[in-house]
Design a binder for this molecule. Structure first.
Ligand SMILES: C[S@@+](CC[C@H](N)C(=O)[O-])C[C@H]1O[C@@H](n2cnc3c(N)ncnc32)[C@H](O)[C@@H]1O
Length: 269
């Protein structure tokens, strides 16, 4: 397995937040291509909620989720059983070195993993290797530096500054979205269709839930541990940031946008 550090870690607060994602809110650009009978690989599948939606859409095609962390693979496997999806399986694996033959899948998908990797271009080359000729590579990545919010809040400024330092300290690129197309070009992908979509947290209950989730993550997840270990904040500063994030989330004027870049690329057939 690669030695990259996954900046978010797998605290319950992180898994719960990622498990809310759906194919509709996280992979709308790919939906028209998820046709019945397609075999799909989802790399860095995490808790697997998006992957499970794929399985419903492509049945009787098979969907495989791969993640480096055994705990999150177990969580995703439970989800597949709960949803009664016999065409969905999850396993441990490393996106840099997939235990899969060449030319295997119709669609190879990645959502919010490349910005955690030291070498996202190598990961994209590996995604291409396992896609069939004529198949499709799909990736969507956030861009932390392009996140915008209102009203101004010192807690959110500090949260962003510390996240940028943590991610960069781990050799990753938090402002990934703006670089996604260039990474795809460097990986030798061709016929690329770039696009972007957003997540907005402004209405009830989305905004306060988003703020509560990050408030919990600031204090309890790897975010807090790494911030303290690296001297970026002490525990009382983390508590203050969490309270500031919650206060921002309670403001009915509060508005937050995340931009996500996407690429689709067809493998030469
Ligand atoms: C931000 S989560 C995204 C999960 C899921 N795609 C989603 O959007 O809900 C990133 C996931 O990538 C996994 N990951 C990180 N590095 C990896 C690697 N080298 N190979 C496979 N998975 C990796 C992490 O364990 C984590 O579950």
């Amino acid at each position: 397995m690669s030695e990259d550090v996954y900046s978010h870690g797998h605290h319950e607060s992180v898994i719960n937040s990622h498990a809310l994602r759906t194919a509709r809110d996280s992979a709308a650009y790919l939906l028209p291509h998820l046709l019945p009978g397609c075999d799909v690989l989802d790399v860095g599948s995490g808790p697997g909620s998006i992957t499970a939606d794929f399985a419903e859409l492509v049945a009787p095609g098979n969907v495989t989720g791969v993640d480096r962390e055994a705990d999150v693979v177990a969580h995703a496997t439970e989800l597949a059983a709960r949803r009664g999806l016999g065409n969905l399986s999850f396993r441990s694996g490393d996106v840099y070195n997939l235990d899969v033959g060449d030319d295997t899948f119709d669609i190879v998908h990645a959502h919010q993993i490349l910005h955690h990797l030291a070498d996202p271009v190598a990961a994209m080359r590996e995604m291409r290797r396992v896609a069939k000729p004529g198949g499709l590579i799909a990736a969507r990545e956030g861009d932390y530096g392009a996140m915008r919010w209102f009203p101004e809040a010192a807690a959110l400024d500090q949260w962003m500054d510390i996240y940028q330092k943590i991610a960069r300290g781990n050799g990753a690129e938090p402002n990934a979205g703006r670089r996604l197309l260039s990474w795809a070009n460097q990986a030798g992908l061709t016929g690329i269709i770039p696009s972007a979509t957003t997540w907005v947290y402004a209405s009830e209950p989305d905004r306060p839930q988003f703020a509560d989730s990050w408030a919990e993550r600031i204090v309890h997840s790897s975010y807090g541990t790494q911030a303290i270990e690296r001297g970026l904040a002490d525990s009382s500063e983390l508590q203050n940031m969490a309270e500031g994030f919650r206060a921002w989330g309670a403001n009915p004027d509060g508005w937050f946008v995340m931009i996500h870049a996407e690429i689709l690329a067809w493998v030469d057939g």
